[in-house]
Design a protein around this ligand. Sequence first.
Ligand code: SF4
Length: 198
Amino acid sequence: MPKDDLKIGVFVCECGTNIAGSVDIDTVVEDAKKLGNVVYSTKNRYMCSEPGQAEIKKAIKEEKLDRVIVAACSPRMHEPTFRECVASVGMNPYLVDMANIREQCSWVHMGNREAATTKAKDIMKAYVARARYLQPQDEKEIPVEKATLVIGGGIAGMQSALDLADAGYQVYLVEKEPSLGGLMSKLAKTYPTMDCAI
Ligand code: SF4
């Protein structure tokens, strides 16, 4: 169960006009302040910039935040940036989450500011609810054997096995028939040399 006194910080990014052009950012910032456990909510023109990240770090320290939500672009774009940002001030990197209000909101609702703003507020509600359940995670490095199993000794399987072996992997090629070649063995000639396929 999440702690009642959890402190969540919300950081809404304008991304220039990418988000601010379609979403009323001030409304999203103010609405987030009314959500449970949110003790801090602000906006920045470019949250991934140095000044944007500095604002997040400052708030974590001054407001003693337990969780951070960055409402911005897709996590595919900047999740590592913000994980590194919060970790640099001692927060577990898995306690930051990115609410996508750009690709999944402002970009798909361009020209409908009211709908985009309503959706952005709903996305924030969902992410604040989720943030309460985020748990710190430890990263572990485990050595893995560099080996590959290729199933099927037809032309594709054999070529894959050769390419993987050239890339330095140990390869195990498995074929259910007594000989390799697959469908190739049924061809009399192959283009362009017209050699026998077998
Ligand atoms: S964090 Fe994402 S949405 Fe914000 S300025 Fe950077 S790229 Fe744009």
